[in-house]
Design a protein around this ligand. Structure first.
Ligand code: ADP
Length: 327
């Protein structure tokens, strides 16, 4: 592969706050190094359909503070096929692109790896997902913002819960990872936190809520990650607890997509700015098939394959802190 003179950037999969800040950073870093930057709309589908737009430093003014992604995100079934990726490559070549930066989660990185393998295209990934479930970065774009949104919601629900002696089950995002639930549960003062990595068991849950109630608590909040392992959804969980514990009126609040929205926090804006620079500089350095992330607050590159296959572990210290705080 010759010198990198033209870079494409796309956002793919689930959107996350901070994606715009990452696009801005990629575009401005390209501008800094006199490299052309092409925005690809609608993720991989836009690559297949040739939805390209030349971006310059001024095209990305005033987007650092905006949630969502100006390039749009999409899920492309066609890109999962060899033929789809070939079409994408034909457009990629015709546009004169030399490298691709993909902002997304593990699905997007799987697509990027295949694209690289089949067509020899240099690719670099930036982890953009609110779930923080990507190996090779202590933080992913959108995670900090989503947690702040959740805590804000928990605080508001707490006000109404304590006015009525209510028990609230609050479902937060996290199908496979409990990072949002665990951290927001601690920050929001939850009595219990249910995450996919641990199965508390229904009897222990009810028992623990009874202990809380006997200790004089007038309200309780249980934060539930979408993927928790009791085998019941959040409504069934609430029903089970209500049937076994009559002192409380049990309510459910599913926070849903609001967790993906909003203006990114300082943490996400700075992270996005750093990773955008690292991604462009990585391509210019001849790197490919890696993700840029931060580990112990230093920018690091991790092979995409490891980023996808390996997992960040839940911190057992946080579990212990959560336990102690709910005394
Ligand atoms: P995320 O990147 O947030 O995990 P998805 O899993 O929806 O989101 O993946 C986003 C896009 O990446 C998909 O719509 C598809 O175009 C591409 N992709 C995902 N998995 C694969 C795969 N196994 N092979 C090729 N492309 C894939």
């Amino acid at each position: 592969m010759g010198k990198i003179k033209k870079i494409g950037v796309l956002t793919s999969g689930g959107d996350a706050p901070g994606m715009n800040a990452a696009i801005r950073s990629v575009v401005r870093t390209c501008s800094y190094y006199n490299v052309e930057c092409i925005g690809v709309y609608q993720g991989y589908q836009g690559l297949i359909e040739g939805q390209f737009e030349k971006l310059n430093a001024r095209s990305v003014s005033n987007i650092i503070s905006r949630g969502g992604t100006i390039l749009k995100s999409a899920r492309s079934l066609e890109f999962k096929t060899i033929e789809g990726r070939k079409k994408a490559f034909d457009n990629f070549k015709e546009e004169g692109l030399d490298g691709l930066i993909v902002v997304g989660g593990d699905g997007s990185f799987t697509g990027a790896m295949l694209f690289q393998k089949e067509h020899g295209v240099p690719v670099i990934g930036i982890p953009g997902t609110i779930d923080n479930d990507i190996f090779g970065s202590d933080l992913t774009l959108g995670y900090d913002t989503a947690m702040n949104t959740v805590v804000d919601a928990i605080d508001k629900i707490r006000d109404t819960a304590s006015s009525h002696n209510r028990l609230f089950f609050i479902e937060v995002m996290g199908r496979d990872a409990g990072f949002i639930a665990l951290n927001t549960g601690i920050a929001g003062g939850a009595e219990e936190i249910l995450i996919p990595e641990e199965n508390l068991g229904l009897d222990r849950l009810v028992e623990s809520l009874k202990v809380s109630s006997r200790s004089g608590k007038s309200s309780s909040i249980v934060v539930v990650a979408e993927g928790e392992k009791s085998g019941k959804n959040v409504f069934e969980l609430a029903e089970y607890v209500e049937d076994n514990f009559e002192e409380y009126e049990v309510k459910v609040s599913v926070l849903g997509h609001m967790q993906r929205g909003g203006s990114p926090t300082v943490v996400d804006r700075v992270l996005a700015s750093r990773l955008g620079v690292a991604a462009v500089e990585g391509l210019l350095d001849g790197q490919s098939n890696v993700m840029v992330g931060v580990i112990n607050n230093k920018v690091k590159r991790t092979p995409l394959e490891r980023a996808i296959k390996e997992h960040n572990e839940i911190d057992s210290e946080l579990l212990r802190v959560a336990d102690i705080m709910s005394v």
